[in-house]
Ligand binder design. Structure first.
Ligand code: UD1
Ligand code: CA
Length: 449
């Protein structure tokens, strides 16, 4: 059955105490909104509509950054969740199949759960996602008999008896598109908040002789972010899940609780991740690669058999081919390292191409920035860059070439050449002994006063 998504993201999020719209706050390196979009993406939705309001321009940009085919609509005034869904109706007028409503501030709903809701649609016209709350607080309560949902009561409107119910509304709801918008059009605002509640849908469906049902998920999936503390809770929950998934997928994590993944991190089977490794967005680590302790990676690709760290930083555009070795205190940015390149120690490689099996000595720096513009360094294959070489870009070093330690390379080095760019050494026999004697005499004179 085809499905479209409506993601509600118009609310201000006052309790975040922030200038940033709530759904743009990050968990695992990505906006909350992207998490909701990712969960829904697994259903291969026909159309995705994000309802924006507060910070509409920024939320629209973030929507398109994740999915350029997504649609957005502005809900100028936030008159309730049903009112928000109604804004999407014109964009889904000709949609076939189901609509699932998600919240942009609820990042942990799993794709499998949404699939279970879709499956339950075979038995019910309207399906609501519920959970048993440890502390039901102000959540809407589900009045249910088994899988059958009688109605949803908002906390503000609930009786004491209803408030005692611990089965709560996550907010996620699924129905046939046409029925969904029909029912939403029927919702009134005669309630304690004077808002149009999406939670009226089950009762409205039942009044038409249709059935409503509930699918229950783990409470951890329904965590909604309203405060910074809940943002931190969501981060923690995401990481716990991501670590478990990595282990399940055959990744070795030496100290799982110290590794932080991003929403889109991909780590292959039999890769090893040491303690205290942090993944920013856009990282792929292939099978069998090893990331040692205390590395920070973002926007990079680490191929099979490569080793990174300890204490290395891979920044966006770092491409490590097979069997590359990047050692301690090395930073790589926007650079392609071909097969078998070794960069062992204390080095900055930025805006560079390095040919296969080239060795970069300790302390090498690609001087890529002239204060105004960035320039590229190109090094061929099987080259040897001596320790402490400064490569002043733009500059090219040919295949099988060498640079002498301590050189400042400002001119291109042809293939197979040795380039030396440093002051010539002077050696004065016996002069050290004379100098020591003189310095000690000065010190002794000072001590006498
Ligand atoms: C809602 C549910 C409640 C449920 C809870 C789960 C209703 C009436 N209540 O309550 O049963 O237990 O979520 O977290 O649906 N939004 C808009 N436009 C609006 C109003 C809301 O886009 O006009 C968005 C918000 O930005 C948010 C989501 O919808 O992402 C939920 O709205 P919120 O006001 O937080 O609803 P709750 O009162 O928490
Ligand atoms: Ca809420």
């Amino acid at each position: 059955m085809p499905v479209s998504l409506v993601i509600l993201a118009a609310g201000q999020g006052t309790r975040m105490n922030s200038d940033l719209p709530k759904v743009l706050h990050h968990v695992a390196g990505s906006p909350l909104l992207h998490h909701a979009m990712q969960a829904g993406r697994a259903l291969d939705p026909e159309r995705v509509v994000v309802v924006t309001g507060h910070g509409a321009d920024a939320v629209t940009r973030a929507t398109l950054a994740y999915d350029e085919d997504a649609l957005t609509v502005v809900q100028a005034e936030q008159n309730g969740t049903a009112h928000a869904v109604a804004q999407a109706a014109p964009l889904l007028a000709d949609a076939s199949g189901d609509v699932i409503v998600l919240y942009g501030d609820t990042p942990l709903v799993r794709a499998e759960t949404l699939e279970a809701m879709q499956a339950a649609r075979a038995r019910h016209a309207v399906v609501v996602l519920g959970f048993h709350a440890a502390d039901p607080g102000r959540y809407g309560r589900l009045v249910a008999e088994g899988e059958s949902l009688l109605k949803i009561v908002e906390y503000k409107d609930a009786s004491d008896e209803e408030r005692a119910i611990t089965l709560c509304n996550s907010g996620v709801i699924c129905a046939d598109a046409k029925l969904m918008f029909d029912l939403v059009g029927q919702v009134g605002n005669a309630n304690a908040a004077g808002e149009y509640y999406l939670t009226d849908l089950p009762e409205l469906a039942r009044a038409r002789g249709l059935s409503a049902g509930v699918v229950i998920c783990d409470e951890a999936e329904t965590l909604g972010v309203n405060t910074r503390a809940q943002l931190a809770d969501a981060e923690r929950a995401f990481q716990i899940r991501a670590r478990a998934e990595a282990l399940e997928n055959g990744v070795t994590l030496t100290a799982p609780e110290t590794v932080f993944f991003a929403l889109d991190t991909v780590v292959g089977r039999d890769a090893t991740i040491g303690p205290n490794v942090i993944f920013g967005p856009g990282v792929t680590v292939e099978s069998g690669a090893e990331i040692k302790a205390f590395c920070h990676l973002e926007g990079c690709h680490v191929s099979r058999g490569a080793t990174v760290g300890p204490f290395a930083r891979l920044r966006p555009g770092a491409e490590l081919a097979e069997d590359v070795h990047v050692g301690n205190f090395v930073e790589i940015k926007n650079a392609i390292l071909d097969e078998g390149v070794k960069v062992g120690h204390l080095t900055y490689i930025g805006d560079a191409d390095i040919g296969e099996h080239t060795n970069i000595g300790a302390g090498t720096v690609t001087c890529n920035y002239d204060g105004v513009m960035k320039h590229r360094t190109r090094i061929g294959k099987n080259a040897f860059i001596g320790s402490d070489t400064m490569l002043v870009a733009p500059v090219t070093v040919g295949d099988h070439a060498m640079t002498a330690s301590g050189s400042v390379i400002t001119e291109d080095v042809p293939a197979e050449a040795l380039a030396i760019g440093r002051a010539r050494q002077l050696t004065k026999p016996g002069l050290a002994t004379k100098l020591f004697a003189r310095l000690r005499a000065i010190k002794a004179a000072k001590a006498k006063g």
